[in-house]
Design a binder for this molecule. Structure first.
Ligand code: ZN
Ligand code: ZN
Length: 243
C-alpha cells in the first residue's frame, strides 16, 4: 500500500516538477513533462533544412558545400547536424553546456541517431564512437562532458561501442568563442592526443559534440586520429552554425 502511495505521489510530484520544467528555447513552462522542448519551439527547430553541405552537414543557402569546406581541406570525411545553431537553439546548447540539463542532452542524442539514419548510412560502417574531449581541468569545473552524454545516447541507440578515454585533450586552450578562425586553429594546434593507438588504428570513427562552429575542433581531433592510423572520421553534432 505504501509503495503504491509513494509511486503515486512521485508521479504526482514529477508531473509538476519535471527535471527541467522550462522550455530551454523560449523559457515557457512545459505543461507536458514528456517534452524537453515545447511543441512550438520544436516545430521551428526541427524544420527540415533545404540545403546542407555534403561534407560537414551544416545548413547552406544553396550549392553543394559550405564556405568553410570550400576554403579548407579539413581532415574529417563527413558530418551530420541535427539542427541549425541560431537564436532559437543557442539557449538549448547553453542549457546542455552550462546548466546541467543532462536529460535534454540524452534526449537530443537519441534523436540525433534517428537523424543520422535518415540522412546517411555512415553508422553502418562506424566501429567506435568517441566524444570530443574536454581538458581535465574543464571537466572538473563543469562536472560532465556534454559530448560524452550525446555519445552515450548515440551508442545506446546504435549498438556501436563508445570509448571516452582514448581521445584526450592535452592542452587547456582558451574558450573558442569570440576567436577568429585562424586564432581558433592556432589555439587548438596539437591539443588532442590518443592514449592507445590500437583502439583507433584502421577504424572508422564517429565523433560527437554539441555544436559545430568553424569545424576547427572536430578537425583537430580528426587530424590526431588520422595521424595515428584511423581510417575514416565522421562526426555528429546537435547544432551547426551557418556560414
Ligand atoms: Zn519553447
Ligand atoms: Zn561544410
Amino acid at each position: 500500500m505504501k509503495t503504491i502511495f509513494s509511486k503515486l505521489s512521485n508521479k504526482f510530484l514529477h508531473a509538476f516538477y519535471p527535471s527541467c520544467p522550462y522550455c530551454p528555447s523560449c523559457g515557457k513552462i512545459l505543461l507536458d513533462d514528456t517534452h524537453v522542448i515545447c511543441v512550438k519551439c520544436a516545430k521551428i527547430i526541427f524544420t527540415q533544412q533545404k540545403y546542407t553541405c555534403k561534407i560537414c552537414g551544416r545548413s547552406i543557402k544553396g550549392g553543394e558545400v559550405c564556405n568553410i569546406c570550400y576554403e579548407n581541406k579539413y581532415s574529417y570525411d563527413r558530418g551530420i547536424s541535427l539542427f541549425v545553431y541560431d537564436r532559437h537553439t543557442a539557449p538549448i546548447i547553453y542549457s546542455i553546456k552550462y546548466s546541467n540539463n543532462i536529460e535534454l542532452a540524452q534526449r537530443l542524442g537519441s534523436l540525433l541517431y534517428y537523424d543520422i539514419c535518415r540522412k546517411s548510412d555512415i553508422l553502418s560502417y562506424c566501429d567506435i564512437i568517441l566524444p570530443v574531449p574536454l581538458h581535465k581541468e574543464r571537466l572538473e569545473t563543469r562536472g560532465y562532458n556534454q559530448a560524452e552524454i550525446i555519445a552515450s545516447a548515440l551508442s545506446e541507440e546504435s549498438g556501436i561501442r563508445i570509448n571516452s578515454n582514448v581521445l584526450i585533450k592535452t592542452k587547456a586552450t582558451a574558450d573558442q568563442i569570440g576567436l577568429k578562425k585562424s586564432q581558433r586553429e592556432q589555439n587548438l594546434k596539437e591539443s588532442f592526443d590518443i592514449t592507445d593507438y590500437s583502439v583507433v588504428r584502421n577504424k572508422n570513427i564517429m565523433l560527437t559534440d554539441d555544436v559545430l562552429t568553424t569545424g576547427a575542433t572536430i578537425n583537430a581531433c580528426s587530424e590526431a586520429l588520422k595521424k595515428h592510423g584511423a581510417n575514416m572520421v565522421f562526426f555528429a553534432v546537435l547544432a551547426s552554425k551557418t556560414y
